[in-house]
Ligand binder design. Structure first.
Ligand code: PEP
Ligand code: MN
Length: 454
């Protein structure tokens, strides 16, 4: 007998339509099908246990249905690109800790539960603007994330290697294991998390948030004094999300859930389709339309209302609550002009999606010293624009999607503890896009909490 929720099949799932994508336009993939190790890597992944269970994925969909109804808020955060070397206890705990701290502040601001999700345990594949990169006289394949090739600019490192998919699977398993231990084992105790926020508040740069921090502190102490059962507050649900870019990896990790007989991507709870792979007739949209996970789609400033409605028809034909999240990344300059037509068209169609702001990807600039960066003020401006647009349309601004880390890096400009370009040489660590550091992430959470209580 199979218990409810148990995964019946091992091996790449058999299910009608799951291989349709193979005959459709497929962008942003490495050229590795003929590679001698490809079949072996694919088979290993197909035989490995799933990283997440279908029951958890369904629970997340229920949580997201609440977000779509304005009864919860979604926080998604993590690296632009995870790295294999970044899978250490210190780095994972700093990241989880920062997301939990942000979540406490946002819970207060929104007076609602916050669904916590990391761009973690699978965020290894990156879309690139060009297949090749040239430095001086040398042209090599672009870096596509450590699940595909290495960052070092040498022919050996840049050669796509399918064995890296298996390594990414194991690194994701190790990450998820620690995340589960932290969030189930007492690390996420609300009182401890609030204590960590006090450390942030001790810095004079952050006195403007004293009122909010003080109010959160009083609320926590009040619950404690009332003898509120803190057992439940010691644990928290924490979900894993990544861009479902590398379809060989996603296909090999797709499993059929025995309760429903439906396919699920088991590489993470939530997966999203990026701005560069959301063509309506492309492979990514087709593949993800056939799995039952909650899905995100990134929408940039060129998205038309018709495209948004078509994406809903393809990815959420049943209009299932919590199924579809639109993650808008318009840029601070565009959001007040480009977002309203989309929000209004979706609202008027009667469809319900979760609306999330990604205030990072529309605000990338090149610093004078050559680093890819973003200004903290632009990020804040896009978030404010997002709230303004949804207020005006009568729709619900459901969440925040950020590239962040728990470490003290210098990658984005500004913040109260000002980061300027001179810090980049010593403290810029990201292999791809610039992330908010620990303090900038918390400052953003306080600013959003302020906006939510205005
Ligand atoms: C990303 O999230 O790192 C990314 C590449 O985003 P987008 O698809 O929005 O460009
Ligand atoms: Mn990015």
């Amino acid at each position: 007998m199979t218990a409810p929720g148990e995964i019946l099949h091992t091996g790449a799932a058999e299910y009608p339509g799951l291989d349709n994508w193979r005959s459709l336009p497929l962008s942003q993939q490495p050229d590795w099908r003929g590679h001698e190790d490809f079949e072996d890597a694919y088979e290993q992944l197909s035989a490995n246990p799933p990283l997440v269970f279908a029951g958890e994925v369904d629970k997340l969909k229920d949580r997201l249905a609440k977000v779509a109804n304005g009864e919860a808020f979604l926080l998604q955060g993590g690296d632009c690109a995870e790295t294999f070397d970044g899978v250490t206890a210190d780095k994972i705990s700093a990241k989880v800790k920062t997301i939990l701290q942000m979540a406490v502040v946002l819970t207060y601001g929104a007076s609602l539960p916050v669904v916590k999700m990391g761009r973690m345990a699978g965020q290894y594949a990156k879309p690139r603007s060009s297949d090749m990169e040239t430095r001086g006289e040398t042209t090599l394949p672009s870096f596509r994330g450590e699940i595909v090739n290495g960052f070092d600019f040498t022919p050996e490192s840049r050669r796509p290697d399918p064995k890296r998919m298996v390594q990414a699977y194991h690194k994701s398993a190790a990450t998820l294991n620690l995340v589960r231990a932290f969030t189930e084992g007492g690390f996420a105790d609300l009182r401890a998390v609030q204590q960590w926020n006090k450390g942030f508040m001790e810095n004079p740069a952050h006195t403007r948030y004293e009122q909010i921090a003080g109010e959160i502190d009083r609320a926590v102490r009040f619950m404690d004094a009332c003898g509120v059962e803190f057992e439940g507050l010691k644990r928290t649900e924490f979900y894993a999300a990544h861009e479902a870019l590398l379809l060989d990896y996603e296909r090999a990790l797709t499993r059929i859930d025995s309760r429903t007989g439906q396919p699920y991507v088991t590489s993470g709870h939530f997966v999203w389709i990026g701005e560069r792979t959301r063509e309506l007739d492309g492979a990514h949209v087709d593949y993800l339309s056939r799995v039952r996970n909650p899905l995100g789609v990134k929408l940039g400033p060129s998205t038309s209302p018709e495209t948004a409605l078509e994406l809903i028809n393809k990815l959420d034909p049943e209009r299932e609550p919590g199924r579809l999240t639109f993650i808008t990344r318009m840029g601070a300059k565009n959001i007040r002009e480009k977002l309203p037509p989309l929000v209004e068209a979706v609202r008027d169609s009667g469809a319900k999606v979760v609306w999330v702001t990604d205030p990072m990807h529309g605000n990338t600039i090149t610093a004078k010293n050559g680093y890819k960066t973003r200004r903290f003020d632009d990020i804040i401006d896009e978030v404010r624009g997002f709230f303004e647009v949804h207020r005006a349309a009568g729709t619900y601004p459901g969440g925040l999607h950020v590239e962040m880390t728990g470490d003290d890096v210098a990658e984005c400009l500004g913040g109260s503890d000002v980061i300027d370009e001179s810090a980049f040489d010593a403290r810029y660590e990201s292999l791809v896009d610039p992330r908010l550091n620990h303090k900038q992430s918390l400052e953003l959470a306080f600013l959003v909490a302020e906006a939510l209580t205005e």
